[in-house]
Unconditional design. Structure first.
Ligand SMILES: Cc1cc2nc3c(=O)[nH]c(=O)nc-3n(C[C@H](O)[C@H](O)[C@H](O)COP(=O)(O)O)c2cc1C
Length: 171
């Protein structure tokens, strides 16, 4: 059984190399609309989304993160855009943000835009140097970053990924 939505889910892949081509603001706003329509526990919507379309500002964050990680060459895969969901701290908030991120990835894929989850900010967002850049990018004080979406037009077709099927169906 299939349809366009299912086909979109089945064909999304993480991409880690992007073209120079920018993503226009209208497209990013569509992705943000999809993000805020994700489910959140008790519909609290305590999250915030910073969308950065400026490559220099993305690389400023990458440099701060690289310093915190001890990896000076760290570059977040040089994406055309970066969406930084953040939220109050707490396990359930991480789940809210994961739902929002998946909406972003699937909506992006449906529009021909490639993406990947970036996890390194979850460990570095409270490093003073990283926090200073996150604040410049609009991330609210007191918010943690659990994952970010690196976005851009794919530089190459992603390789197929082996997907297991650990499923039990009881009839
Ligand atoms: C919680 C989580 C954290 C991830 N962190 C990273 C990351 O930091 N860098 C990265 O390149 N990919 C990251 N990924 C992407 C996974 O590596 C990727 O989803 C997985 O290899 C399966 O490939 P697919 O997305 O193409 O299906 C992360 C994915 C998830 C769900």
């Amino acid at each position: 059984m299939t349809n366009a939505v299912i086909e979109n889910i089945l064909t999304r892949r993480s991409v880690r190399a992007f073209q120079e081509k920018p993503i226009d603001r209208e497209t990013i706003e569509t992705l943000l609309q999809c993000a805020v329509h994700a489910p959140s526990a008790m519909n609290r919507q305590t999250w915030h989304f910073s969308a950065v379309l400026n490559r220099e500002k993305i690389q400023k964050l990458a440099a701060a993160m690289g310093k915190a990680l001890g990896s000076p060459a760290y570059n977040l895969y040089c994406p055309a855009a970066l969406i930084i969901p953040s939220n109050e701290t707490g396990l359930i908030k991480t789940w809210d943000n994961a739902c929002a991120l998946e909406n972003i990835f699937l909506a992006a894929h449906s529009l021909g835009i490639a993406s990947v989850w970036i996890n390194q900010a979850s460990d570095t967002c409270d490093d003073p140097g990283v926090r200073a850049v996150l604040t410049e990018l609009g991330v609210p004080e007191g918010h943690a970053v659990y994952g970010m979406a690196a976005l851009g037009y794919a530089a190459a077709e992603p390789k197929p990924v082996d997907k297991k099927y650990p499923v039990t169906i009881i009839e």
